[in-house]
Each structure stands twice: as C-alpha cells, then as structure tokens.
Design a protein around this ligand. Structure first.
Ligand SMILES: Cc1ncc(C[n+]2csc(CCOP(=O)(O)OP(=O)(O)O)c2C)c(N)n1
Ligand SMILES: CC(=O)[C@@H](O)[C@H](O)COP(=O)(O)O
Ligand SMILES: [Mg+2]
Length: 620
C-alpha cells in the first residue's frame, strides 16, 4: 500500500477496505525509520489513523492542517510525498522533524512550540472568510497542549465564529509524562462517554427504557458525583462556550473518525472533534513507555533499547542531583516544571520531595508567575525550563518577577544549540532577553562542578537569578579551576597580555582549545570564564584594559543583545582604545543538525574562532 503513496492526495486512490493495511505499513515504516535516525516516535504511532482519516476527508494543499507542536506529523509527511525524507530525518540538510512551510506546501504552519495551533488555525479561518475563499481549516491539538494558556485564549476567541473551523483534540491521556490538571480530569470524564460518539443522545430517556433497572439506574447516577448533564451532553464545557463538541471517537477506528470529520465539516462555527488515541500504539516498548519513546535516539527494534550508551552525566543530571542535595538543606526549596519533569531532571527531586515539585502543564507563563507567588509566600522556587520554551514567559519574568525583585531561580536547560529539533528549539536567545531585565542575575557554568556551585550560590542569593546550561554531556574538564563563585566576578583561568578571550558557559570548553592553539602560535592570551553575563565584571574589564588591545568574547547566543554586545558597549564607553570582537550567532535561526557540525557552520568551532581572530587582527 505504502508504495502507492507518493504525492499529496494519493490517499484518495486507496480503497477504504485497505486503510487498516496502510496504517500497519506506515507504523512499520515509522518504527524502522525512527529506530535508525531517532525522532518523536510514540505520538506519531498514535496518530496514524487520525492522520489517514483527516487526509481522506480533506484536499491538500487547499485545505489547511495546523499541527500543534508538530511532533506527531510524520504520517502527514508520508502522505504528502516525503517518505524518502525519513532517511535523513532531523539530520543536517535533511527533513525537519516538524512541519515546515519551506518543505511542503501541504504544511500550513511551522511548528515546534505547543498550544498555538488553535490561534494559527483561527487566523487562517478569519483570513479565508474576509477574502471570500473556500477551504477547510483543521487544527490538531493534543491533550497535553491543551494545558497551555494560549489554547484557551484561542478557544475563547474562536467561540464567536459563525463559519466552519475544525479543532481535532488528539487525546492520548498523556503529555510527555502523565498529563496533569483539571482539563485533563475533565477529558478523562468525557472519555467514559465513549459510547455516545458524536450524538447528543438523551441518555436519561434511553436509560429509563431499560427494563426493570432503568429508572433506578438514573436515580443512582443522579446521586453520584458525576454530573448527569455531562452524560446527556458530553463536552458541555465546550458546548456552553458556543463550540460544538463531537465525540469522543476511537482514534484507531478510521470509519468512525471519517464519519465524525464529515459531520464536523457541516458545522457552521467552531467544532471540536474529540479523538481518543493511544500513544505508542503498535510498538510494545513505546506503548509501555510512551515517555521514553516520546523523543528517542536510535534504538534496537527487538528490545527497544537505545543503541548509543550514555558516556557521562549530562548537565541535566548534574542539576537533578544538585537539586536533590539542596532540597535536603533548604526545606523551602521547591521545583516547578512546565510538563518537562523528565527533560529537566526534576523527576529525582519529585521522588525525594513529592510535595515540593509542581508540574503545571505546558504553561511556561503560568509557571513563572506562579513562582513569583511562591517566592512572596516564603518559598525558594526553582523554575526549570528549556531556553526556547522560556521565551513564552518573557513578560512574566519581567513584570511579575524582576519588577518586584523576587528571589526566583531560573534553571535554563537546553541553552545554546540543541541539535536535531532545529530552529524552534535552539536556545539561542536567552542571554539577550535575560540581560535586558533589570534586577536579573545571569550565570553560565563552564563545567559540571560549576553548575552545582552556581545553583548553591543562587539558592542563597536574593532577587531573580538565571543559570543557563546546554543540552547533553556535562564538561568535566578544567576541574583544576575551583575558585569560589563571587557575585558579578568572572574567573580568570590564566593571565596573559595583549589578547583576552572571554567565554560564556558552554563555549569555555571550545575556547580552551582556542587559547591552547594561540599559545602554540606564540601568543600569550588571557583566558577568562565569564561566569556572570549580568552583571558584567567591569572591574576585570577595567584591569584588562591596561595591557590588552583586543578582547574576544565567545557565546552560544545571538549577537544582538548578547554578552559580547554588553562588553563592547562598556569598553566603548570606558576604554575606547581597547577593541572588542564579539563572536556569537549572527542574527539568524539555526536549522537542525548535529551540534558540533552546526557550530562549525555558524562560526563557533575552535578553528572558526581562531580564523575570526586572525582576520580581525589583520584588518586592524
Ligand atoms: C511551549 C512548549 N513547551 C514545552 C514543549 C515540550 N513538549 C513537546 S510535546 C509535549 C507534550 C505534548 O503533549 P500532547 O499535546 O498531549 O501531545 P502527545 O505528545 O501526547 O502526542 C511537550 C511538553 C513544547 N514543545 N512547547
Ligand atoms: C517536541 C518537543 O518539544 C520535545 O519533545 C523536545 O523535542 C524534547 O527535547 P529534548 O530531547 O531535548 O528533551
Ligand atoms: Mg497527549
């Protein structure tokens, strides 16, 4: 069957009776491909039939499907002529793991961050109506993504709509880990109404028809806590808002789904189709451990075991252990995660201190304001969020935390390049948005030891403190440098003259090679680990100005608003005779690929840095 799928809408050539066979072949294809390349497996396995059913009732590219997060769109990629792309899935120059408009005109919206699909879909709908066009718009959102505030803002706005807009709620009862919160409980309650698929049945009336027990059954149900109204009108919450609710429907039964999608197409207004799917379906290890197979590296299909063995601790591991240790000493220390307790390492903290870990759902904005309240209430909150996801909460950091100078600690994981997830997930902006915030202290560790020490420092500090560290293995080198962390002071690793290299966090490992090479070339560089990106160590900059002509700063962040620009501004104002060469990411989004190779591509490898210094000095 899969051989027949080579371009968009080829699915219309497949007989309905052959759909189960096609679904099976797609699953095998996904398992085999992802076992070799790595990628997001469990969500994709769960969404195979849903995607087939949707494609069957739509015409692409005229009709628009907006995938939330986009990590479940692999079947969509297959159905739109991108089977071959799986050979280089998430590899440099290869196919992205997320929908990308530049990749296919069947991708309606670029994705990667969650909970925005209803907003984007609604935008399409309003544009369509204003321009008098005629196409379908479908936003596909998961139950996890429905914990994000943007989804509610969009539903609230969509409720006023008088024209068709289909929202498919892909409910697998999972986020990356177990889904959390009131909406998740509400969806669980709806799940039990499965047999009333798509119909507004008067349940009471029908139950009463059951001989002998019917009336008694209704009475008992009235007395139970579960609302009888809920059974009469599943999805009442949405219905009361003005959004038609259809479902729930078995997300692996294509006929049922297509029937409901066709029904949804006839609704004049917003309509939610509630689809129940199973994360990891069709591959036992993924079904049993959907969290481990949410995003995976290459693995052995037979056993489900990862092919590459972990070499040493990651920065996440170091943070995780440090949190557990500090939790012992500081009983007011609490952890907050926005649905990423595995990714950020807070699972260990939760195991030891279950009452002190808050998983707030995919709600970064709320997580930060919630932390502000916790701080005012007397706790020491540590908000652990990936760099790119924290972009969501810039206002909350500024307005709710920094303006009140609250002691909230931001543990910013995945800062710098993350690799295979690409543009949407590279953590390349945090130094810029953090350093603009008054009262904020910003640190970046050079190695594992320093991350531990910075966290200890942050817990005992005051005001907002951010520590940013990269994805992957923690650097264990430079361990001989263990001077205590002092507020606003950099660490001079060795002192030379003429040329100083100041590195930020993850770039210290690279700059160690740069400085070694410079020495081999007969130079005597000063090598500084910045430690603090904010405040700047101006005392050190003043001192360096005495016997240095050039300061080179190196950071894994965009140049605009980054460390180098702050150093350059200070030197321009106070020591204009000293030149500053900021080496950073130049005003661009960085695509997917392997981190080392991406660094080389954007000028952040050791040879690139040496070249840049050489060229700069030649030009002077
Ligand atoms: C703003 C943001 N925060 C966090 C994430 C990380 N993330 C990706 S998928 C996911 C879970 C999504 O759950 P759901 O929408 O139910 O989809 P499922 O994985 O169950 O298919 C999370 C937390 C993200 N992509 N964007
Ligand atoms: C889709 C998504 O946002 C997450 O699954 C993300 O890919 C996780 O990244 P890590 O692998 O770095 O935890
Ligand atoms: Mg889910």
């Amino acid at each position: 069957m899969l051989e027949k799928i080579n371009k968009p809408n080829d699915i219309h050539k497949i007989a309905l009776a052959d759909f189960p066979q096609l679904a099976e072949e797609i699953r095998q294809f996904l398992i085999e491909s992802v076992s070799q390349t790595g990628g997001h497996l469990a969500s994709n396995l769960g969404a195979v039939e849903l995607t087939l059913a949707l494609h069957n009732v739509l015409e692409l590219p005229q009709d628009k499907i907006v995938w939330d997060v986009g990590h479940q769109a692999y079947t969509h990629k297959i159905l739109t002529g991108r089977k071959e792309g799986f050979k280089k899935l998430r590899k440099e120059g290869g196919m992205s793991g997320f929908p990308k408009r530049s990749e296919s005109d069947c991708d309606a919206f670029d994705a990667g961050h969650s909970s925005n699909s209803i907003s984007a879909g609604l935008g399409y709908v309003r544009a369509r109506d204003l321009l008098g066009q005629n196409y379908r718009v479908v936003s596909v959102i998961g139950d996890g993504a429905l914990t994000g505030g943007m989804a509610y803002e969009a539903l609230n706005n969509a409720a006023e709509l008088k024209t068709n807009f289909i929202i498919v709620l892909n409910d697998n009862n999972m986020s990356i880990s177990k889904n959390v919160g009131g909406m998740s409980s509400y969806l669980s309650a709806l799940r039990t109404a499965e047999s009333y698929t798509g119909m507004k049945i008067n349940v009471t009336k029908n139950l009463k028809k059951i001989p002998r027990v019917g009336t008694a059954l209704v009475d008992t149900m009235r007395k139970t806590k579960s609302s009888i109204k809920q059974l009469i009108i599943p999805g009442m919450l949405f219905e009361n808002m003005g959004i038609t609710y259809l479902g729930p429907v078995d997300g692996h039964d294509m006929r049922q789904m297509m029937r409901l999608f066709n029904e949804a197409k006839r609704v004049e207004g917003p309509v939610i189709v509630h689809v129940l799917t199973e994360k990891g379906r069709g591959y036992e290890p993924a079904r049993k451990h959907p969290d481990q197979f949410h995003g995976t590296g290459p693995f052995d299909i037979k056993t489900g075991k990862a092919l590459s063995q972990k070499k040493g601790p990651t920065y996440t591991d170091v943070f995780a252990d440090a949190m557990v240790n500090l939790g012992e000493e500081h009983d007011r220390l609490v952890g907050i995660t926005a649905a990423m307790k595995e990714g950020t390492g807070l699972v260990r903290f939760e195991k030891k201190y279950p009452d002190r870990l808050f998983d707030v759902g995919i709600a970064e904005e709320h997580a930060v304001s919630f932390a502000a309240g916790l701080a005012l209430g007397g706790m020491i909150p540590v908000v652990a969020i990936y760099s790119s996801f924290l972009q969501r909460a810039v206002d909350q950091m500024m307005h709710d935390v920094c303006m009140q100078n609250l002691h909230v600690i931001f543990a910013i994981d995945r800062a710098g390049l993350v690799g295979a997830d690409g543009e949407t997930h590279q953590g390349c902006f945090d130094l810029s948005y953090l350093t603009m915030m008054p009262n904020m202290t910003v640190m970046a560790p050079k190695n594992a030891w320093e991350l531990r020490k910075m966290l200890e420092f942050a817990v005992c500090a005051s005001g907002p403190v951010a520590i940013r560290y990269p994805r992957g293995g923690a650097y264990l080198g430079l361990e001989e440098f263990e001077s205590p962390i002092q507020y606003g002071r950099s660490e001079v690793l060795y002192r030379g003259e003429d040329l100083a290299v100041i590195s930020v966090g993850s770039m210290t490992e690279i700059c160690e090679q740069v400085c070694r090479e410079l020495k081999e070339r007969g130079r005597r560089p000063t090598f500084v680990n910045a430690r603090f990106v904010k405040p700047l160590d101006t005392a050190l900059l003043d001192e360096l100005s005495r016997d240095h002509k050039l300061i080179v700063t190196v950071e894994e962040n965009v140049k605009n608003g980054g460390f180098g620009e702050h150093v350059a501004a200070y030197m321009e104002a106070c020591h204009p005779e000293v030149r500053v060469l900021p080496i950073a990411i130049w005003n661009r989004f960085v695509e997917h690929g392997e981190v080392g190779s991406l660094r080389a591509k954007i000028g952040l490898s050791a040879p690139d840095i040496l070249d840049a210094i050489e060229k700069y000095e030649e030009q002077q």
